[in-house]
Design a protein around this ligand. Sequence first.
Ligand code: FAD
Length: 338
Amino acid sequence: VGVRSFVGPIVKRPVSLRLASTLVFLESSKDGKIVQSSLSALSAAEQLGNPIKALFAGSHSTKAAEQLKLGFSTSLVDQIIVANNEVYDNYLPEAVTPLCLELLKDNEFSHFVVASSAVGKNFLPRVGALLDYQPVCDITKIVDSTTFVRPIYAGNALATVQCTQEKKLISVRASSFPACGAGSFEAPIIEAPQVPISELGAKWESENLVKSARPDLGSADKVVSGGRGLKNKETFDKLITPLADSISAAIGATRAAVDSGFCENSLQIGQTGKVIAPDLYIGVGVSGAIQHLAGMKDSKVIVAINSDQEAPIFQVADFGLVGDLNEIVPELTKKLSK
Ligand code: FAD
């Protein structure tokens, strides 16, 4: 349905100027703070080069819109649309989708951009299905306004996708785009059209957030990740926590470590966990299975500590320490703490 992958030279098509305009959906927390992945989605939207309208939904939308104007620098956002209605709080796809459909129904927007977050992944397919457009998901690069790069096969191959649909619905892998920078800009804040919302068919019950003083794994610039080589939860806590503390890093883990009960599953990195690209990733007792690499191989500097010098993690590591983690990690922590 209008999206095709190909290998070979990219044929650039001119985009109809009438349609060259982008709507970007930005998530914010209840206190109006814009979430990091949405700031990356906004900077990706800027790369498209079109005028941008930013959309906030939820009872905190105006606060978030003010924070965007006063806290961030963007030259292309010419309007901020706010849908100040508590029905959008928690971003239930049943509620958010009709709002997006209302804004996307005519020809105003050529591109609709969301972060590839839990929220974006939840409602973008629904918007696509109802508009009969196929979304281009989890893009890591914008080649031009119709051509995008996205990982396939758990990150083992990159597909260059040309989207010939009139509207391009795009979700953005946050770790592949820098968050838009600090600054301020002027743009009018306008109310979104009222969308009649009948029976949603779904109800928000509650959320159970893990509170931590540590940097958030998804956006931290340093991550220490523990694997099955740590053998048990006690060693995980005894070695990984002080090492992470010594460099103010977030803690991550492999699925094997999570499944073995060493730590909670929100720390899982990989194909079925979080995708991260910190400045520094330290893997301790991590073999480097492809499903784990899918979540961390874009890290800027990778350090691996493993007793098996043939472990696949060393193929992607910038620095490798071959040896027993029980000896190496305490020594490293001591040196880093100085
Ligand atoms: P292992 O592969 O067992 O590696 C442990 C390593 O520790 C070994 O290399 C060993 O040499 C080293 N070691 C042992 N003792 C010591 C010591 N004393 N000192 C130093 N080193 C030591 N995995 C993920 O991580 N994330 C995912 O999202 C994910 N999704 C998956 C999805 C699917 C559909 C499937 C099938 C699998 C998925 N996996 C995922 C699992 C993945 O295939 C691997 O099983 C897992 O990543 C292995 O974790 P590990 O490196 O901790 O364990």
